[in-house]
Structure formats: structure tokens, C-alpha cells
Ligand binder design. Sequence first.
Ligand code: ZN
Length: 134
Amino acid sequence: MSLTSGEVAALAGQATGFVPATTDVHIAPHTDDDPYRWGSASWQVRFVPEGGGSVSLVVSADGSAAEALARMLDQLSEYGPEQGALWGQAIPACPGHRHAARVEVDGGEVVLVCPDTQEPMLRVQPVGAEPPSR
Ligand SMILES: [Zn+2]
């Protein structure tokens, strides 16, 4: 199973839901692909939150939807504008807390884990993914 550009776009849209500002997403084929990975596609995904700054990462078609979403959220946690609407905001926010949650993958889901209590705070089903079989 591999991701399509449409799925990557949908996951990126889902990731922007964790950014507390209107966020544009720009997706382009990644032109700097590793030559040892023939046949696999990847995309450069760039998030541009309103208020300045941007975060970008490369998402490979090889991974699962959950892995791709987790990497996006993890990268968004690096977003730290010196100023602007998102200054001081934790991304992704730990529900009920002021800090950011740790992003983990559990099967087909992304789990936001509280770094203080180590408790899973929120389970996120990637868009377009099959419901997990338990
Ligand atoms: Zn917490």
C-alpha cells in the first residue's frame, strides 16, 4: 500500500486542523528524491500558517497514512515563529494542557500522548484510512 498525492493532500488538510490558525498547504512532487529509491514517490509538503513562517517536510509514498499524518504533526510542532498569531502556541496541543502532545503511531492511528503523564490523550483516525481492525 502506498499513498497517492490526493491522500497526502487530504492528510495535510487534516493536519492543519491541529494548527490554531488558518493554514495554507502547498504540495509539490519532491524533486530531490534519493536515487536508491527508484519507483517510490515523495512530496514536499509545506504548511504556511497565517501570521508568518512556514514548516515543510518530505512525505514518502511508502509509509502508511498514519505515519504520514504523524510526521506532519511532528514537523508542525517545530513551528515556532518569533512573532505572529501562533507565538507560544503548542502544536499539536495536548488536550486540556498548555504544552504540546507527543505524536505517536499506533497501528493505523495517530495518538497524541501527554508528555507529563504518558497518557494517550487523543486518538486520530487518518482521513481516508480503513478503520482499524481490533
Ligand atoms: Zn498534557
